[in-house]
Design a protein around this ligand. Structure first.
Ligand code: DX5
Ligand code: ZN
Length: 219
């Protein structure tokens, strides 16, 4: 079986002990840092911004996967590249000129991701899939951690996988929201390449062990 990647979501970390939680991820079997940026406009919540990402970057020793839940993300592409993002994901619903946005992200040397809200249909990616390095399927409505997983996500993975194969694309599939040990195995079987997990990791008694248990389900 392929090696699915685990990306703990920093949104669920203890911000009073951020360095400790970053070091925990560094020493764990996690693959990426998932960073949720929310603007209070695209989603009904504000998370954190540039100074916090700068602090994370100082200690993080793994890939930085930035998920922008903001309107007009084009304005900040260069800023996130300068802050050290390796993957920059924008929302399909927030981009009028998605092709141009993806080009701009790649021009700054980052991988380009596109996130889809739970209601957004896969077929909308038909003419752009070959330009996307990663599709992030939201398995909750974006804006908050700790919500329950939306079951229709399995069906969306199936449709997306079919599109990727048909178009001979090399796009990764990331699942974001409500991921636990209860759905991880099935998500991988359907074709997920990256699993984001916030509360399930950080609110567990032993996050290092939780990450390694998730990882074990993936191999
Ligand atoms: C939701 C965020 C997710 C969130 C995941 O808007 O994009 O990345 O942090 O958290 P959990 O795993 O707790 O649902
Ligand atoms: Zn996210």
């Amino acid at each position: 079986m392929k090696n699915t990647l685990i990306a703990p979501s920093i949104l669920a970390a203890d911000f009073a002990n951020l360095q400790r939680d970053i070091e925990m991820i560094n020493t764990s079997e996690a693959d990426w840092f998932h960073i949720d940026i929310m603007d209070g406009v695209f989603v009904p919540n504000i998370s954190f911004g540039m100074p916090v990402l700068e602090a994370i970057k100082k200690h993080a020793k793994k890939t930085i996967d930035v998920h922008l839940m903001i309107v007009d993300p084009d304005r900040y592409i260069k800023t996130f590249a300068d802050l050290g993002a390796n993957i920059l994901t924008v929302h399909y619903e927030a981009c009028t000129h998605l092709h141009r946005t993806l080009q701009a992200i790649k021009k700054e040397g980052m991988k380009a991701g596109v996130a889809l809200n739970p209601h957004t249909n896969i077929h909308l990616l038909e003419d752009i899939i070959n330009n996307i390095d990663m599709v992030c399927l939201m398995s909750v409505n974006p804006g908050f951690g700790g919500q329950s997983f939306i079951e229709n996500t399995y069906h969306k993975i199936e449709k997306l996988k079919e599109l990727i194969i048909r178009k001979n694309a090399s796009t990764l599939i990331e699942i974001d929201g409500g991921v636990t040990d209860k759905n991880a195995k099935q998500l991988i079987q359907y074709g997920a390449d990256v699993l984001v997990a916030g509360n399930f990791v950080f609110k567990s008694e032993n996050p290092i062990k939780t990450i390694s248990e998730l990882k074990a389900l993936c191999s």
